[in-house]
Design a protein around this ligand. Structure first.
Ligand SMILES: [Cu+2]
Length: 413
């Protein structure tokens, strides 16, 4: 009797503990769902450049609500499946008590495997046909076409392997399910099989890697060292905007130095370098079609990333580590507007590193134009060397002289 009560108290305690952990988990789930919704809703409240593009890319709070809804639906479905499984188990035990023929679980598991395979394949087919077009827009640069070819080759190869292996996995699980009529064949080791599944993937992966290596080399060496001049454009990232600098008539960008960064000299341009005098500030990145563009990439605070999906350009912008990327745009904005049937279409330069709270809004419009349009536009751009900056530079020179004389005084003392 005593023992019984002891067990009972133990059981109730364990039960209570279970209830508590369940309560805690559900509370946690509710909070994380609510938190995500609130965060996302806040983000969408601020207008973004994407509204310029006329795309449907802007997320709505409703969209995130529906994400939460589908997560909950999935959890409910899991619970329902678990309950059905338990009911079947109880039914099976009742059959056993009545000395009747029991449920053949091996057949059920085999059928579930086949069902899972069919649903899984349909899901893969659905995601390719429904969402495949959302991956990347049409390539609008010379090297972009090559990257797409590589991407397509890899996708077809992996798709083939995916279908083959998944079919074998689930079909074999069904075909050779447990049965009293069969005895499992014991296969401890087979050298031929081992060789095949080591050598074949090794060859395929080597081909892909070499293919990728040569494509990347072609992209990065395309115009370097061949004397072909590119249009130099400085892209500097900071929290949370991109700054653009174009060279003036000389085609050369002046030196920069981070110690010179100040109110009127946002980029820290060194005006001791004569090449700096005619450098231009621009708000939009306007580039001529079919001309080689060299982006000089910089960052001032944290790591940002220059990302232009249409041109298949992406390179990190790292503070203190200037890099560059050359590409040649092939389709003008006007042409793309007719192709996409969207009068508001714009190419965009995004930041592709989560660099802080307003990272999502770090975008710049890129406009690809004809040669004459470009020349007309560049003539209208204002120099970086503003009147304010000129005054400041003179002041700085004056200060420097003062400092020097003060130092001399100090030395004399
Ligand atoms: Cu950024």
């Amino acid at each position: 009797m005593q023992h019984n009560t002891e067990y009972q108290t133990n059981d109730t305690m364990a039960f209570k503990r279970l209830i508590n952990s369940k309560k805690i988990f559900s509370l946690f789930a509710v909070f994380s769902l609510l938190g995500t919704n609130l965060l996302m809703a806040q983000d969408t409240a601020t207008p973004t450049v994407s509204s310029v593009t006329g795309g449907d890319a802007t997320a709505t709070p409703g969209m995130w609500m529906s994400v939460g809804y589908y997560v909950l639906l999935f959890l409910v479905l899991c619970v329902v499946i678990a309950i059905v499984g338990k009911i079947l188990k109880v039914y099976d035990l009742s059959l056993q008590l009545q000395n009747k023929k029991q449920i053949n679980w091996n057949n059920i598991m085999g059928a579930i495997c086949i069902l899972f395979m069919i649903v899984g394949f349909y899901g893969a087919y659905w995601s390719i046909t429904e969402q495949g077009s959302m991956t990347l827009p049409e390539a609008a640069s010379k090297h972009g076409v090559k990257i797409d070819q590589m991407f397509l080759t890899t996708s077809i190869l992996t798709l083939f392997v995916f279908v083959l292996t998944q079919f074998l996995l689930f079909f074999f699980a069904f075909k050779y399910r447990g049965s009293d009529k069969r005895k499992a064949y014991f296969l401890p080791h087979n050298n031929t099989i081992e060789k095949v599944w080591t050598i074949v993937p090794a060859i395929v992966l080597t081909i892909l890697v070499v293919f990728g290596f040569f494509t990347w080399q072609e992209i990065t060496n395309s115009t370097d060292g061949k004397g072909e001049s590119s249009i130099n454009i400085d892209v500097t990232g900071h929290q949370f905007a991109w700054e653009l600098r174009y060279p003036g008539n000389d085609g050369k960008l002046g030196r920069k130095n981070y110690t010179l960064i100040g109110g009127n000299n946002k980029l820290g341009i060194d005006y001791k370098d004569r090449n700096s005098f005619d450098d231009l500030a621009a708000d939009t990145m306007v580039i001529p079609v079919n001309k080689s563009i060299r982006l000089n990439i910089n960052a001032q605070d944290v790591i940002h990333s220059v990302y232009m999906p249409h041109f298949r350009v992406q390179l990190n912008a790292v503070p203190g580590l200037p890099t560059f990327f050359r590409f040649t745009p092939t389709i003008t904005t006007a042409e793309m507007r007719t192709r996409t049937d969207n009068a508001k279409f714009e190419y965009l330069l995004y930041c592709n590193k989560i660099c802080g709270a307003s990272h999502y809004n770090m975008q710049k419009v890129v406009r690809v134009v004809t040669d004459s349009e470009y020349n007309e536009w560049i003539a209208r751009q204002k120099p970086y060397l503003t009147d304010g900056l000129k005054k400041e530079l003179k002041l700085a020179e004056g200060n420097q002289k003062k400092n020097i004389s003060q130092n001399r005084l100090a030395l004399n003392n």
